[in-house]
Design a protein around this ligand. Structure first.
Ligand SMILES: Cc1ncc(C[n+]2csc(CCOP(=O)(O)OP(=O)(O)O)c2C)c(N)n1
Ligand SMILES: *[C@@H]1O[C@H](CO)[C@@H](O)[C@H](O)[C@H]1NC(C)=O
Ligand SMILES: [Mg+2]
Length: 975
């Protein structure tokens, strides 16, 4: 029903302003607040709205559709505020009226950052848009837009209670209001936070920035800041002088990053943080090592010595570092760690988060008050790499949160040679952080005090709300991408400006000298002092004795290795456990250990089946996993299993978390009810990410050797979206960074006619990256099987060292009646069998055997069944490889020699160009010294990993089983 009497309010001329964009108009009309005390502000716009309203009342189709929708929803009593047309309605009694001052304030809050002077070069807009929002009164001439006149500037307005710009004042002149708002929101700091849904958090930020005088620095603070800038700048200068033709990815143009990080660390230490874990890319990394972590300079300088490269296997700006020291500002102990990282930008981001979570977990720091992470990003990589987004989505999940991370973006407005206008579609490089409601503080990196203030607020934010926050250092890159690169090829105008740019150190020193905070002499002494420190360290760096890779570890495992970094022993303790323990774990696995807990009837059946298996001393995969985890927990080793839907298990076989059917969120994890004294078991469904989550778990596994950290893929196929973590960290991490890691990858694998993407975990790719030599027959030493594991790059628990383990796990075998093991294979004295030899009739008369089929995994069950059908149990032996890499040369040699007259067949269900064939063939050939062929039986090569057609699947299975048992199949053929 109409709520407005048309025309009753229209004074002055009706001036529709079709030349205004709709957006501008809509903003404009929000100021039209006739009927309030500030009638001075009721300009022509409100008349225009009224006119629209009248027109709409007469004929809704005569106005633009958006107005139609708007008036209709307004008439229906909806909150008009959201529609952006609040004032008009408010003035007509539909919603509360914001005052003029409130409007002016609000528009600065929301859009002030668009006009803030963030770019030190003054050429690009940080948000890639030169548009100035029409409602921001940034210049006097904009006043007219609101129907205001210059004379109105001195009228005094009541301030809204939500703002802090008044200090102790309740009202200010419009001139002063605008001045203070511009000071807070439109100068060297651009604040983006009004998208945060929590009013308390928004008000907190407003108070930190709006309160008059908050940004005052003491002389001491200014001098510290200057000294830190001196170090940052002179460090780069020193490297440039000594190694003018070396790449170092210098920080020039963003020297302020060093004092920025130090401010964050000082402030966090003051608030109780004891351990800071950092991840960062190439830019300024050596400087961070030198001036933030405070790695001894000689250790850094000797990295430029070509002799060391061989030792570390990686370039100097990738190595990790760990350092305990006393924070000068707070006099408290602080540990700083910078994680080793590959070239792959942002790949280290989830790894840092995982390691941080683990350090918090093992310290019982459940609120993140002692351990925190700081992540540095380049502008191009932060916007472009999806793993950043994946990691943000872990930030608020209970088993993955680190209770807030401080992100610092070195936003030099370029990525290698690419202009940000071609490198991202979002206004800012930081927009990805908005998905988690993190406040984003953009700041002009040429204003060191503004940067320090922002960093200190960011640290307080993290401590107060335990949520992520982003500091965007808008800066420039003085040189090319690296020191050898010519930037003028591609960014001529930008670099013309950069060449004119006065370095921030000089600008800031001049300022402090001018205002008397320091003298020129003091400044020059500070420089001379640091240069001398560098020179002395340079001399010490020539001493070869300090060249040792053990100085470059990001998390030492104290007590785990000998002082020389080698494992304490090379033998492996037996892994069997007592019958009693097996039975106990089996019983807990088949029970609901809390009272009044109603589980699903289907689950009751599963638990009953487990009880029967335990009773019969025969366990399937799921129960065996239970026993493995349980027995490790008993020994005080934390077990963590993470991945998509791992709590129940993709194939509904695991059920480690029971859900009460009547009470929301009431759960029970029987694995945590095994013993009074046991290590905790963490099992957690992850977000739907592989790259982010696998990186996270890898980081978690870095914190302690005494943990079993497993990541399970939903199907093995999906691990390839995390390929970068596998290639760059898991496969090669130890070789590059002397970092052991015991992560376990569980990858469901098997050709079951489920289509190209639910079949293969691509074992061939893991095998191809395995570093054992196919052509060299190894020397069998004592503890051969353990030392072989030590020498290889991956394979686990209970070993005197740590290696990643890749396990291809079953799908249909989870329920295959034959795929069960007896307790006898797990009790005390037993251990893992790398090879399971033939042990049926064929083994009894080996000279009668015509063929040995070697295989691994699920195909075994197809082969055994077929052998029985064809009544070939005496003629054909079937031997299984349980460990494929490193290759069990010793056991297989025995097995092959046992059947000297048989032909040798490798059988796999995978296609010929996948699976294991290419890996095992040359190794078998090495065992038999190339005297016997190894025939292939399996599916032919294919581009897709598997077929989705059930019939095709079965036909090809039939075909290769026929070949496998056709004892004439290879007669007369050449190998
Ligand atoms: C995942 C990945 N892709 C490509 C590269 C090659 N690369 C190295 S540095 C760089 C530009 C990075 O730009 P930015 O993130 O803005 O950092 P800046 O060098 O400007 O500090 C690129 C594309 C890489 N290292 N990692
Ligand atoms: C830290 O994260 C945990 C896990 O989500 C949460 O329970 C806790 O409340 C958080 N602490 C703070 C102070 O936010
Ligand atoms: Mg950049």
């Amino acid at each position: 029903q109409p709520l407005l009497c048309c025309g009753s309010n229209s004074e002055g001329s009706l001036m529709p302003r079709p030349e205004l964009s709709r957006r501008a108009f809509l903003h404009g009309q929000r100021y039209a607040s006739s009927g309030t005390s500030e009638s001075v502000l009721s300009g022509s716009n409100s008349n225009y709205v009224e006119e629209m309203y009248c027109a709409w009342l007469e004929n809704p189709e005569s106005v633009h559709k958006s107005w139609d929708v708007f008036f209709r929803s307004a008439a229906a009593g909806q909150a008009a505020q959201q529609a952006g047309k609040g004032s008009f309605l408010q003035s007509h009694g539909l919603a509360p009226t914001p005052t003029t001052a409130e409007k002016v304030v609000e528009d600065h809050l929301i859009r002030g950052h668009h006009v803030a002077q963030l770019d030190p070069l003054g050429i690009l807009d940080a948000d890639l848009d030169s548009f100035i929002p029409s409602d921001l009164i940034t210049t006097i001439d904009k006043l007219g837009f609101y129907g205001l006149h210059e004379s109105d500037l001195d009228k005094v307005f009541q301030l809204p209670t939500t703002t802090f710009i008044g200090g102790n004042e309740n009202s200010l002149s419009l001139r002063e209001i605008i001045k203070r708002l511009e000071h807070t929101y439109c100068q060297h700091i651009g604040l983006e936070f009004m998208f945060i849904n929590d009013v308390e958090q928004c008000q907190w930020i407003r108070q930190k920035f709006e309160t008059p005088g908050v940004m005052k620095f003491s002389n001491d603070d200014k001098r510290t800041l200057l000294a830190r800038l001196v170090r940052s700048m002179r460090f780069e200068d020193f490297l440039a002088r000594k190694w003018s033709s070396e790449k170092r990815f210098g920080l020039e143009g963003c020297e302020v990053m060093i004092p920025a990080l130090k401010t964050i660390i000082d402030k966090s230490s003051e608030m109780g943080i004891e351990y800071v874990i950092m991840g960062m890319p190439h830019r300024g990394r050596l400087n961070v090592l030198a001036n933030v972590i405070r790695k001894e300079l000689e250790q850094i300088f000797c990295q430029f010595d070509p002799k060391l490269e061989a030792g570390s296997g990686d370039v100097k700006y990738h190595l990790g570092m760990y350092h305990e020291r006393i924070n000068r500002k707070t006099n408290k102990k602080i540990t700083l760690s910078l994680m080793a990282n590959p070239s792959h930008l942002e790949a280290v981001v989830p790894v840092v988060q995982g390691k941080t979570k683990a350090e918090q977990f093992y310290r019982g720091d459940t609120a993140g008050k002692k351990v925190m992470s700081i992540l540095l990003h380049g502008d191009a990589a932060f916007a472009g790499q999806g793993v950043v987004y994946e990691t943000f989505h872990l930030s608020d999940l209970p088993s993955y949160t680190t209770n807030g991370t401080i992100h610092v973006v070195v936003n030099n407005q370029i990525g290698f040679t690419t202009d940000p206008r071609m490198a991202r579609s979002s206004p800012y490089p930081t927009d990805v952080a908005r998905v988690v409601n993190a406040p984003i503080f953009h700041v002009n990196a040429d204003d060191p005090e503004a940067v320090m203030y922002v960093c200190s607020v960011a640290a307080e934010w993290r401590n107060t709300f335990n949520k992520d926050v982003v500091v965007d250092l808008v800066c420039y890159r003085r040189r090319g991408h690296n020191e050898m690169d010519e930037p003028m090829f591609t960014q001529p105008l930008m670099y013309k400006q950069i060449h004119k740019q006065v370095p921030v150190l000089k600008k800031y020193a001049d300022k402090l000298i001018a205002d008397g905070t320091v003298t020129l002499q003091e400044f020059e002494e500070e420089i001379a002092k640091y240069d001398k420190i560098c020179e002395e360290a340079y001399t010490r760096s020539k001493d070869n004795k300090i060249l040792h890779i053990k100085h470059w570890l990001d998390s030492p495992w104290p007590g785990f290795f000998n002082p020389d970094g080698e494992p304490k022993s090379m033998s492996c303790p037996p892994t069997g456990i007592s019958e009693e323990l097996l039975t106990h774990i089996g019983n807990v696995a088949s029970s609901v250990p809390v009272e009044d807990f109603k589980i699903h009837s289907g689950l009751s059946r599963i638990l009953k089946a487990r009880a029967e298996m335990t009773e019969n001393r025969l366990v399937d995969w799921a129960l065996a996993e239970y026993m493995a985890f349980g027995s490790v927990l008993k020994e005080g080793i934390h077990v963590r299993l993470s991945g998509q839907d791992v709590e129940r298990g993709t194939f509904s076989h695991r059920h480690h978390v029971l859900h009460d059917q009547d009470v929301d969120k009431r759960i029970c994890v029987p694995m945590n009810h095994l013993w009074e004294q046991q290590a905790p078991y963490t099992v957690c469904n992850s977000s739907l990410s592989e790259y982010g989550v696998l990186g996270f778990e890898l980081g978690f596994a870095m914190a302690s050797p005494n943990a079993l950290v497993c990541w399970e893929a939903q199907f093995g196929d999906f691990h390839n979206t995390a390929q970068c973590i596998i290639d760059q960290f898991i496969s090669s991490g130890q070789a590059k960074w002397v970092r052991h890691n015991g992560i376990v990858l569980l990858l469901p694998h098997g050709m079951e006619g489920m289509g190209p993407e639910h079949s293969s975990a691509r074992p061939e790719r893991f095998l191809q990256m395995s570093n054992d030599d196919s052509d060299a027959y190894p020397e069998f030493t004592e503890h051969f099987e353990v030392s072989q594991l030590y020498d290889c790059n991956w394979i686990v628990i209970l070993l005197p060292f740590r290696k990643p383990l890749i396990v291809l796990t079953p799908k249909s075998l989870l329920r295959h009646p034959e795929a069960k093991s007896s307790f006898d294979e797990m009790v005390s004295g037993t251990s893992f069998q790398r090879v399971i030899p033939e042990n049926g009739p064929a083994a009894e008369e080996p000279h009668e055997v015509k063929r040995v089929i070697l295989c691994t995994g699920k195909v075994y069950y197809d082969l055994v069944k077929e052998r029985k059908n064809q009544d070939l149990e005496k003629q054909v032996a079937i031997t299984r490889l349980e460990q494929i890499s490193p290759f069990p040369f010793d056991l297989l040699k025995e097995e092959l020699e046992k059947y000297p007259t048989a032909d040798l067949v490798w059988c796999q269900e995978e296609h010929k160009n996948s699976g294991y064939y290419d890996y095992v063939r040359p190794r078998f050939r090495t065992i038999v010294n190339r005297t016997r062929p190894i025939w292939y039986v399996g599916r032919e090569p294919a581009a897709a990993a598997a077929t989705g057609n059930k019939n095709t699947h079965l036909v090809s299975l039939r075909r290769f089983l026929d070949t496998a048992f056709n004892l004439e199949a290879f007669e007369g053929k050449t190998f």
